[in-house]
Design a protein around this ligand. Structure first.
Ligand code: PA5
Length: 413
């Protein structure tokens, strides 16, 4: 279960939170809200079967998608996946760079591979274009068996990708109509790539279930997501309009990217919202650390901490000649040094005038990541509602698309 801590008093206006929560539950796009209690076992079995087939037939899986269609599963795979796994997960269609595309082609080389193209609308340019390139590669390599290497995750009945998948008889997975991209990590969007990467998706969903259950079990004012959302709203009112999410575990870097997208697209509307940024410590203490400690005072910080960290650990060796003068750390665990540095950073930042929140995760397990995903989804929807914006749309994203399609000569633009 996720815990929230702040050094400031947390003021929860129950009536306002109840109204925000009711607004979320009644929203047409709130399918993610009770997803953990409505797991479709047939679908999970279909995902596991497809994952097993991919693991048997392929050395690489190329996940093609952008935004909510790739960040969530990449976050979990980067945090928990095994680098030495026999199937490499590669990513394409999240940019328009030829150099990046070439890198993925080079990584595949002569290896057997499959693709999972993920797009709810089925029309987003970056993944659609990447899919076209990979289809050509698959045809060259597998000829009339190419389609057997294509897995499509898209809308239940609309869009160019849906039409193509139906015509070409690709294996299809459905993104529920009532779940938007950035809230979709616990649907086939995230579950298929994660299962291929060897992540135990049942345990991930179990973690989300436990976090969802806290809504009923706890009084609203004790609910971690409510405390976090209300604390953010209070700081925004006081002029803190930049939130930096940080962690002392570099493996969660992509998870922070997922969080940035979740909160950025959900809250940044009507010229409002908190700007979401991310740091990985201690690395960024030697870059943004200076600004954090000493720069403009409009920043607050949220640190994700793990009560029990990842399994890997090292003990600092004691040397007879203490030439590097590090014997004061000899026999100590690296995890302990990291933890003390975390305490020191929080202390220094608070003393420097940065409000610091802590999101405490019990351990570095797959269940805890499931819980963390659900915790942030709920906090994000609540935060957006509390600031009076729709958490589930992203009208601003259309502006660049209109200009881009006009410049590229698409008919109708
Ligand atoms: O959260 C969202 O809705 C967006 O970030 C989408 O996930 C992203 O734009 C990709 O859209 P699509 O899955 O339709 O290709």
């Amino acid at each position: 279960m996720i815990q929230f801590e702040s050094d400031q008093p947390v003021a929860v206006n129950i009536a306002t939170v109840e109204e925000a929560l009711a607004g979320i539950k009644n929203d047409r796009m709130a399918g993610w809200y009770d997803l953990p209690v409505r797991v479709n076992n047939d679908e999970i079995e279909k995902i596991k079967t497809a994952a097993a087939k991919i693991r048997e037939s392929s050395e690489c899986l190329v996940c093609i998608g952008i935004g909510g269609s790739y960040l969530g599963h990449k976050a979990v795979i980067d945090a928990l996946g095994d680098d030495g796994d026999k199937v490499k997960i590669l990513y394409a269609g999240n940019n328009l760079s030829s150099r990046e595309l070439e890198k993925v082609f080079n990584q595949i080389g002569d290896a057997d591979f499959s693709v999972n193209v993920i797009s709810k609308s089925g029309t987003t340019l970056e993944p659609a274009l990447a899919f076209r390139f990979f289809k050509e590669l698959l045809k060259t390599k597998y000829d009339n068996k190419a389609n057997e290497h294509i897995y499509v995750t898209t809308d239940a009945g609309h869009g160019a990708l849906y039409d193509e998948a139906t015509q070409e008889k690709y294996t299809k997975f459905v993104i529920p109509d009532n779940i938007g991209g950035r809230y979709s990590v616990l649907t086939p969007v995230g579950l298929l790539p994660m299962a291929v990467a060897g992540i135990d998706i049942d345990r991930l969903l179990a973690g989300a279930f436990i976090e969802h259950r806290t809504i009923k079990e706890k009084h609203l004012s004790d609910l971690a997501a409510v405390k976090y959302a209300c604390s953010r709203a209070k700081l925004l009112k006081a002029g803190f309009d930049v939130e930096v999410l940080g962690s002392f575990e570099p493996s969660v870097a992509t998870f922070l990217e997922w969080w940035k997208q979740l909160f950025g697209e959900s809250e940044g509307k009507d010229h409002q919202g908190i700007f979401p940024a991310a740091v990985i410590y201690t690395t960024d203490l030697h870059s943004l650390g200076q600004y954090m400690q000493d720069g403009r005072r409009n920043i607050f910080e949220t640190i994700i901490t793990f009560a029990v960290g990842p399994k890997s650990d090292f003990v600092v060796p004691r040397l007879t000649q203490d030439l590097d003068q590090l014997n004061y750390l000899a026999d100590k665990k690296l995890s302990f040094i990291n933890q003390q540095t975390q305490l020191a950073t929080v202390e220094a930042h608070r003393a420097g005038g940065i409000p610091v929140f802590e999101v405490n995760v019990p351990d570095y397990s797959v269940e805890s990541f499931g819980a963390l995903i659900y915790f942030f989804e709920l906090s994000c929807a609540l935060s957006a509602r509390l600031s009076g914006v729709d958490p589930f749309n992203q009208p601003g994203v259309e502006a660049y698309k209109t200009a881009m399609f006009r410049l590229l000569g698409k008919i109708g633009y």
